[in-house]
Ligand binder design. Structure first.
Ligand code: NDP
Length: 323
């Protein structure tokens, strides 16, 4: 039996219940791993609350790292004792788990377990947002919302390394200082200031080339006012609630804008594109251009506390659970 955080009913963090579950032997194409660190992501809260539908009951979480303890039939290229990480595989909040070998990513030497758990989902998201959704070029200006968050701190440093001008928003003075120290050229407290007016001022009325918005409902419409004509709005999350666009004409009125609502599953559908992204993340971390900030760690059994902090806007950088 292994300790796991199970969701049996949608709701608040109180629905994360600590249970002992049986993991079983790996089936065809699977690995069994003993986890050493687990990443906490906002998507975990959407699955728990029911914003993203998922079959009940389920073990929460989508990202982790661990050591292979058993290998199922028809798996090649892995050995017992190998360290692997993964993202986008539900069932992460557990001391041990089964994992599809197709989704397992070898961890290179020099990357610590907590770091791997902190950067796979968030780092690979930052990668596809800036290299695939919009191939960000030197000299372009971007606005990144929640710049001091998990995806935010990684993405802003990476955007800066590419040579972009990075404007970040965050919700407190402490978060603004952190964002400034991690890639942002300029920062805006969007709880206090009209961020669209400030972006226009900072860009001499032109607007930015791209807005990356994981905040959603509270920032979507105003973010359109931050874009230059024919700029791209990348709405990639819903931390404040989901976005709906009742009138597409708004895009014409605000400058013939483009909008996309991407999700990582469509960018990492095959193993090759997944490994390309993972290796890009490992490389940029190894180069020192992206420093990994783990804002908080919690014991696995305290996952509910981690969700409360994340949804309460109390966290910075990545949050990690330790089994
Ligand atoms: P973060 O660490 O960025 O936490 C979310 C942050 O959003 C908070 O810290 C807070 O920062 C800000 N925020 C603004 N309004 C609210 C609100 N009402 N409630 C809670 N938070 C709010 O989380 P992650 O790094 O895990 O994820 C960031 C976003 O990226 C999420 O929306 C997530 O769903 C999305 N995402 C999307 C992926 C995709 O493929 N589409 C993949 C991975 C993540 P502040 O206090 O500074 O405002």
């Amino acid at each position: 039996m292994t300790q796991a955080i199970v969701v049996e009913k949608n709701g608040g963090p109180e629905q994360l219940s600590v249970q002992n579950i049986s993991v079983g032997a790996p089936k065809t194409g699977q690995l069994r791993i003993r986890q050493t660190a687990i990443g906490v992501n906002f998507i975990d809260t959407y699955q728990r609350s029911g914003l993203y539908k998922i079959e009940m009951p389920f073990v929460a979480g989508n990202e982790g790292v661990g050591v292979i303890t058993e290998i199922g039939p028809n798996v090649s290229g892995f050995s017992v004792g190998d360290k692997v990480t993964y993202q986008g595989q539900v069932g992460a909040y557990s001391a041990e788990r089964l994992l599809d070998a197709e989704r397992a990513i070898p961890v290179p030497d020099g990357i610590e377990d907590q770091t791997a758990a902190a950067i796979m989902l968030k780092g690979m998201t930052a990668y596809y947002l800036m290299f695939k959704t919009w191939p960000l070029a030197k000299g372009e200006a971007v606005l990144f919302h929640a710049a001091a968050g998990g995806v935010g701190l990684i993405a802003c440093q990476w955007a800066k390394a590419i040579g972009a001008r990075v404007i970040g928003t965050a919700g407190s003075a402490e978060k603004l200082a952190l964002a400034k120290a991690h890639g942002c050229d300029e920062v805006i407290n969007y709880r206090e200031e009209d961020f669209a007016a400030r972006v226009k001022e900072l860009t001499n009325g032109r607007g930015v080339d791209v807005v990356y918005d994981g905040v959603g409902k509270d920032t979507f419409e105003k973010s359109l006012d931050c874009l230059r004509p024919r700029g791209l709005m990348v709405s990639f999350g819903n931390a404040s609630g989901p976005v709906s666009v009742p009138d597409l004409g708004i895009l014409a009125r605000k400058g013939s804008l483009y909008v996309t609502r991407p999700t990582s599953a469509h960018y990492f559908a095959d193993r090759q594109s997944m490994l390309e992204a993972a290796n890009a993340v490992f490389d940029v971390v190894a180069s020192g251009k992206v420093k990994v900030e783990i804002g908080a760690t919690y014991p696995l059994a305290n996952a509910a506390e981690a969700h409360e902090a994340l949804e309460g806007r109390k966290t910075t950088g990545s949050v990690v659970l330790t089994p």
